[in-house]
Design a protein around this ligand. Structure first.
Ligand code: AMP
Ligand code: MN
Ligand code: MN
Ligand code: MN
Length: 279
């Protein structure tokens, strides 16, 4: 079950394990023909991915996954098929990069207070100048023996309410949508069922998202069950949103999620890539 499209994945420009070139090669090897790179709040991996995609003859779609705060809750908005040189987009992401930089120092200080000192320099080295995410802290916790796995690192230290968690005000929804729009991209709500929202809050979000210019919803995600896909397809039809498919691949060591291992979109949902073609 390889999908020709995979429109959500990460390189080591954010919290992925592979370089952009390695990621594109893996996608090509697995039979993905159309790949979007969507690193967290950065476009830094795009030039290398594009070069590699040209060499391998696969269709590369520049993208990003933007962190947004709406009604006190973090949402991830994908910008797909955008111009990575757009000034407003780059300026907006620069603000988020600063927020991430400051948050990393706060997380490190909180971990230190909790008896786990010295993370900041090491996660900065791990990120190698790219975006620092909680995934980097989770890898650090495992490397130092404070957690047995990435999942446990999140559960014990990094998830909401845990010692290393710190509240962040990410971009406003309206701002993120305006940056994506300025860059000629298509805005898609990522993994809608992973925010732990009530159905009524998700519906309110989708209605705000749609009226502010949001165009799509991720209907097929890396670990979707058929029931999830049906639920999300219903939202797509109800809010007149295009359907996207994306694995949210991060790491070949997480063998349960791989590039392109995705079910197809249910009938009656218009694929988001129809919006990529010139009218
Ligand atoms: P951040 O945007 O820095 O808060 O980090 C969010 C990233 O952490 C997500 O994109 C996931 O890749 C990862 N993540 C969040 N929760 C978990 C979890 N429970 N287990 C593993 N990875 C997680
Ligand atoms: Mn991630
Ligand atoms: Mn996400
Ligand atoms: Mn993602």
């Amino acid at each position: 079950m390889t999908s020709a499209y995979d429109l959500h994945c990460h390189s080591n420009a954010s919290d992925g394990a592979l370089s952009p070139a390695e990621l594109v090669r893996r996608a090509a090897d697995l039979g993905v023909a159309h790949l979007a790179l969507t690193d967290h709040d950065t476009l830094a991996g795009i030039p290398q991915a594009l070069t590699s995609a040209r060499q391998l003859g696969i269709d590369f779609i520049p993208g990003v996954e933007i962190s947004v705060t709406w009604e006190g809750q973090c949402f991830h908005i994908l910008g797909l098929n955008l111009d990575p040189n757009s000034g407003p987009l780059r300026a907006g992401l620069a603000q988020l990069q600063q927020i991430r930089f400051e948050r990393a120092a706060r997380i490190a200080a909180q971990l230190e207070k909790h008896g786990l000192p010295g993370s900041l320099a090491e996660v900065q080295a791990m990120a190698g100048g790219g975006m620092i995410t909680r995934t980097h802290f989770a890898h650090w916790l495992v490397a130092r023996g404070y957690a047995a796995s990435i999942a446990e690192g999140f559960e014990r230290f990094l998830a909401r309410g845990k010692p290393g968690y710190t509240f962040v005000r990410w971009a406003e929804l309206e701002a993120a949508l305006s940056w994506i729009c300025a860059a000629g991209g298509v805005a898609v709500l990522a993994h809608p069922l992973r925010y732990g929202l009530t159905a009524s809050k998700l519906r309110r979000f989708l209605s705000a998202f749609q009226s502010l210019g949001g165009k799509g919803i991720e209907v097929v995600c890396g670990q979707s069950t058929p029931a999830h896909i049906q639920t999300l397809a219903d939202y797509a039809r109800r809010y007149r949103l295009l359907g996207s498919v994306g694995s949210d691949f991060h790491d070949p060591n997480f063998a349960w999620i791989d590039l392109g291992r995705l079910a197809s979109l249910p009938p009656g949902v218009t694929p988001v890539w129809e919006a990529f073609r010139p009218a």
